[in-house]
Design a binder for this molecule. Structure first.
Ligand code: 3PY
Length: 243
């Protein structure tokens, strides 16, 4: 399987990506063709993208040289199957709040004997042989329970531990960029690195500046190997707002 994101990560390089929330193949293709973009997150958790869009969006992204990573609405096995059947190179699982949830995600994603997912004939034999090792499974850490269980979560068969900084601040009931917020994120990244997982995080470019918790493209950005640069909606909003 030709998975640009997997190749970047295996090479030890930082993989930049963008977030697609609008169900447009034109925007998906434009994002995927952008220099240095190795993955496009197709967001089916939030935004306007639904099941019927997934196939065309995934294949447009892949045909234009980037990896389609689908953020499923929840960790349900049937939603995971639909995303994989659409041709995702990987999954983003929101609210992966416990080691038990993460274990279930791995089982739902992998073929036997590692997992329990069923054969998707349409994707072909090459796919079936490579899927268990090549697809990129990311889980989002964005809840205090997940921070508490981060050691156990990092021992499951996932590839990427991806911080959702905005939801983490909300669910912790702390201010974005506060000491507690920063400490939680630092703990997640350090634990992921300790267990050999790819540590990653959602960032936003706001009018040319990287918006991180402490406003500096800091240690968090340096530690993060899979970085989201912007979203379609944020890009439009910032362009319209720019002087
Ligand atoms: C967060 O920052 O909380 C996210 O989930 C990114 O979309």
């Amino acid at each position: 399987l030709n998975i640009p994101l997997r190749q970047k990560l295996n090479a030890g390089e930082q993989a930049a990506g963008v977030w697609l929330t609008l169900p447009s193949t034109a925007i998906a293709g434009t994002m995927a063709r952008t220099e240095n973009v190795s993955w496009v997150l197709i967001d089916a958790e939030h935004g306007l993208i639904n099941d019927t869009h997934l196939y065309d969006l995934s294949n447009t992204v892949a045909a234009n040289g980037a990896s389609p990573i689908i953020r499923v609405p929840a960790e349900e096995p049937w939603l995971i199957k639909r995303a994989l059947d659409a041709g995702a190179h990987g999954l983003m699982i929101p609210m992966a709040n416990s080691a038990e949830i993460v274990r279930g995600v791995v089982r739902a994603t992998k073929y036997p004997p590692v997992g329990i997912t069923s054969a998707a004939g349409a994707l072909g034999a090459e796919y079936a042989a490579a899927a268990n090792t090549e697809l990129v499974i990311s889980v989002q850490i964005e809840h205090p329970q997940a921070v508490e269980e981060i050691e156990q979560i990092c021992q499951e068969g996932i590839d990427v531990v991806f911080i959702g900084p905005f939801d983490l601040a909300l669910s912790m009931g702390v201010e974005f960029g506060s000491e507690k917020h920063e400490a939680a994120m630092a703990k997640i990244l350090a634990t992921a690195q300790k267990h050999g997982k790819v540590a990653a995080m959602f960032f936003l470019m706001v009018l040319g500046q990287v918006l991180t918790a402490n406003k500096q493209p800091s240690d968090l950005l340096r530690a993060s190997r899979m970085v989201s640069v912007t979203t379609d909606i944020d890009t439009l909003t910032n362009s319209f707002a720019a002087e």
